[in-house]
Design a protein around this ligand. Structure first.
Ligand SMILES: Cc1cc2nc3c(=O)[nH]c(=O)nc-3n(C[C@H](O)[C@H](O)[C@H](O)COP(=O)(O)O)c2cc1C
Length: 399
């Protein structure tokens, strides 16, 4: 899905330290095929010069209503009419207050009043300013008026306060707008997704695990939420942030994952098992750190709960059950055997071990096998893209 291809996006900047981050945001939109036109408040130009945005966007930057651009004296109207979306990043407390009250006293605020396309506001400011009731009230007003608010991140801010107020990461802003344009074909559906590795403890400081990064499962959860689903993401330990609009349940062991999945799967319309779950766990968990006294140490392992097989056995009519098979050999044979043994509707199989496919890469080379005996080879894809193809197929199967 390429919603931004050859579309016009307005990027508005108001006067905050985070203005420099908008260069990266503009590059993301351009990378997705969009034309970006930039409008800046006077104060924004004190943080980053318009020449930077002019050079990268290829368009004159709109900063002043009354300095005519050659041949276009009404840019606030002509730009608004061409806009597929508008994003204000960073949005100061000041511009949030002005927009919430219909004030149009400069180029950017006037332009925003004229835009009828989806509008994102990405606040960035000192934590106390952000938490100030009047700012929160203004954000509520904007949200009720149809603006989409991209919550700021938390951490140490440029002013050295710690808390919310940091401009959301450009990637997050990009994804939020991207999701606005996705079809809402999963609206009203409950989707349970599992992701990441599990950890089976040996002693208090060691565990058996695998290198799963969780990227594929998180991409599926993000894509399903973007398409309107109510998503529960049961996740093993990963470095990843929970995607917006997804309820994440964090677990560590296979047993915890099994319990969390069974608690949610009963009334789910689709269960998509992407997690790399340990097949075995140590029979005995030593209560203290094991010392290196022995030359050799044997570990006794026991099978963990086979979550997929259990879900397959409990599957209700109409529920779609999809699994992943990560294999190092005999991909087709193993995938087909797993599909049948676990009563799956669909299995996404991939060879792991290569640099462009599998556990930690951003791309995946997947082959889909269906219950009816057919299969489909997908080209090498970004995991986000692969997640959408998988959802397309699940939507088809659910019809
Ligand atoms: C160094 C500096 C950093 C600032 N950073 C922010 C900020 O991150 N967020 C914010 O709301 N205001 C910030 N301000 C205050 C705004 O620039 C000020 O409220 C200004 O009137 C905003 O104008 P504008 O919304 O028209 O761009 C900062 C001011 C200075 C001097």
């Amino acid at each position: 899905m390429e919603p931004f291809k050859e579309k016009g996006i307005i990027l508005g900047l108001s006067g905050g330290i985070a203005c420099y981050k908008s260069v990266e945001l503009m590059r993301l939109f351009q990378g997705a095929g969009a034309y970006v036109r930039v409008a800046m408040t006077r104060n924004a130009t004190r943080f980053v010069g318009p020449s930077t945005f002019e050079a990268i966007s290829g368009y004159p930057v709109f900063t002043d209503m009354f300095t005519p651009a050659s041949g276009d004296p009404m840019r606030h109207v002509s730009w608004a009419e061409k806009a597929y979306a508008a994003v204000i990043a960073p949005a100061t407390a000041n511009i949030i207050g002005k927009l919430a009250n219909g004030i149009a006293d400069d180029a950017l605020t006037t332009l925003m009043l004229a835009v009828t396309a989806p509008k994102l506001i990405c606040p960035a400011m000192n934590t106390h300013m952000y938490e100030n009731r009047v700012v929160q009230r203004n954000l509520d007003v904007l949200e009720k008026d149809g603006y989409i608010i991209v919550e700021p991140g938390e951490g140490e801010l440029a002013c050295k306060t710690v808390g919310p107020g940091r401009l959301a990461d450009p990637e997050r802003i990009f994804t939020r707008l991207h999701d606005v344009f996705l079809p809402k074909d999963f609206f009203g559906k409950k989707v349970v997704v599992t992701a990441g590795p599990t950890r089976e403890p040996l002693d208090p400081v060691r565990f058996i695990s695998n290198p799963s990064s969780g990227k594929m499962g998180y991409a599926v959860a993000r894509a399903a939420a973007g398409r309107g689903a109510h998503v529960i993401l049961v996740s093993g330990p990963t470095e990843l942030e929970a995607p917006a609009g997804v309820r994440r349940v964090q677990v560590a062991t296979a047993q915890e994952m099994a319990e969390a999945v069974f608690a949610e799967a009963g009334n789910a319309d689709a269960v998509i098992k992407v997690a790399a779950v340990s097949d075995y766990r140590p029979v005995k968990v030593v209560p203290h750190k094991v010392k290196k006294d022995e030359e050799q140490l044997s570990l006794e392992l026991a099978r963990t709960t086979d979550i997929l097989a259990e879900l397959g056995a409990r599957k209700k009519t109409g529920q779609i059950l999809a699994g992943f098979a990560a294999e190092t050999q005999d991909l087709e044979e193993n995938a087909i055997a797993k599909l049948a043994a676990k009563n799956l509707d669909l299995i996404a199989a991939n060879l792991v071990g290569g640099h462009d496919s599998g556990f930690v890469s951003d791309t995946n080379r997947i082959r889909l096998f269906y219950k009816n005996g057919t299969s489909e080879e997908l080209p090498l894809m970004d995991k986000n893209e692969a997640a959408h193809v998988l959802l397309d197929r699940i939507a088809e199967l659910g019809k």
